[in-house]
Design a protein around this ligand. Structure first.
Ligand code: TXA
Ligand code: MG
Length: 322
């Protein structure tokens, strides 16, 4: 699908300080040369992202960690060995040369080695770090397909590498290793149980001293349509009630539609956590475009396998006022 010519063109665009969107195993990223301040400013403008939000540096291999981090703790080596290439981001003390635009002015830098073949080819051919936030407008749903990127960013992106739908579907797990203990900043493609299996204990929850992460803002990954997460046993009643008050309602549930009132569009999504995560953002985008007054999502289980999905649904649901 993606040719070596495409990769060569993408590298030339990045070297020219311009932007290339590319697939990773989690979501599509909007890439810029991690050493080019002008390119990163252009990236922030394309996303509409505030300049003090740090971005992840993507690398072809863990061997480049010492180039970007001033200290590589033993836990970083352990986690990199176990999960790279893959959907894990490590926050480490920054190397001196790392741009403030990359770190958001913090003393740490986020690093990740993605496993998607196109991402890997691009990073290898570019030969250096590529910063890549998710290729969406700030605060919106991350893109899991190339056409989502086009819809989000239009001409603000100079090239899109189309690698088809992404596999994991939610963003990488972020673990902060800059303090005394590993801290889980964002649940994602790698679960706490998987981390615990190699670290010996699960990572801590973030505290007041933990680095900021914009993906941990209360309202993020949000569709425009107001969205509510509803416990399974109240789902039909809630949908019926909203429809009775004249609202058009889309339901996203892990089971087939029971008899419900007209005015309710019942959509089924997988009951398997990995399959659900893969489909979630594309499904929310579709529902968001459907012109409904409300989206009601059936709450998902409170277990390790569902942690990342629960987290994204909670953030998609948050709204300051009705
Ligand atoms: O799966 C992913 O991680 C995707 C793909 C494209 O790799 N990228 C992604 O990037 O989700 P972005 O920018 O949408 O989210 C990165 C998160 C943000 O919440 C940011 O605040 C946090 O990582 N982050 C980046 N650098 C950080 C740092 N030094 N300390 C703490 N958090 C950091
Ligand atoms: Mg993002």
């Amino acid at each position: 699908m993606i040719s070596t010519d495409d990769i060569a063109q993408a590298v030339a665009i990045l070297r020219a300080g311009r932007l290339v969107a590319f697939p990773t195993e989690t979501v599509y990223g909007l890439g810029a040369d991690a050493r080019n301040a002008g390119a990163i400013r252009r990236l922030f403008a394309a996303k509409g992202r505030p300049a003090d939000h740090p971005v992840i540096v993507h690398l072809a291999s863990a061997d480049a960690m010492p180039e970007w981090a001033s200290r590589v703790p033993a836990a970083a080596v352990t986690l990199a060995d176990a999960f790279w290439p893959g959907p894990l981001t490590l926050v480490l003390p920054r190397a001196v040369h790392v741009l403030d635009l990359v770190t958001g002015g913090q003393e740490t830098v986020a690093l990740r080695v993605p496993s998607h073949p196109a991402a890997h080819q691009l990073l290898k051919a570019f030969g250096d770090g590529i910063v890549a936030p998710s290729a969406n407008r700030f605060g919106r749903l991350s893109p899991t397909r190339a056409d989502h990127v086009r819809a989000e960013l239009g001409d603000a992106v100079d090239m899109i590498l189309d690698g088809g739908p992404t596999d994991v579907g939610v963003e990488s797990t972020i673990v902060d290793l800059s303090g005394d203990y590993p801290v889980l900043l964002r649940p994602g493609g790698i679960s706490p149980a998987q981390l615990a299996a190699v670290l010996g204990a699960p990572p801590d929850a973030p505290n007041a001293a933990s680095p900021r992460a914009s993906g941990t803002l209360p309202s993020h990954y949000a569709p425009r349509t107001p969205l509510d997460v509803i416990e399974p046993d109240r789902l039909e009643a809630c949908a019926n009630q909203r429809a009775a008050s004249g609202l058009s309602v889309a339901v996203l549930a892990r089971r087939n539609a029971p008899p419900v009132r007209s005015g309710i569009a019942w959509h089924v999504i997988s009951a398997d956590a990995a399959v659900y995560a893969r489909a979630l953002y594309a499904m929310l985008r579709e529902l968001d475009a459907g012109g409904y007054d409300r989206i009601l999502v059936e709450a998902v289980p409170d277990s390790d396998a569902w942690l990342a999905v629960r987290d994204r649904l909670r953030r998609a649901a948050y709204r300051e006022e009705e």
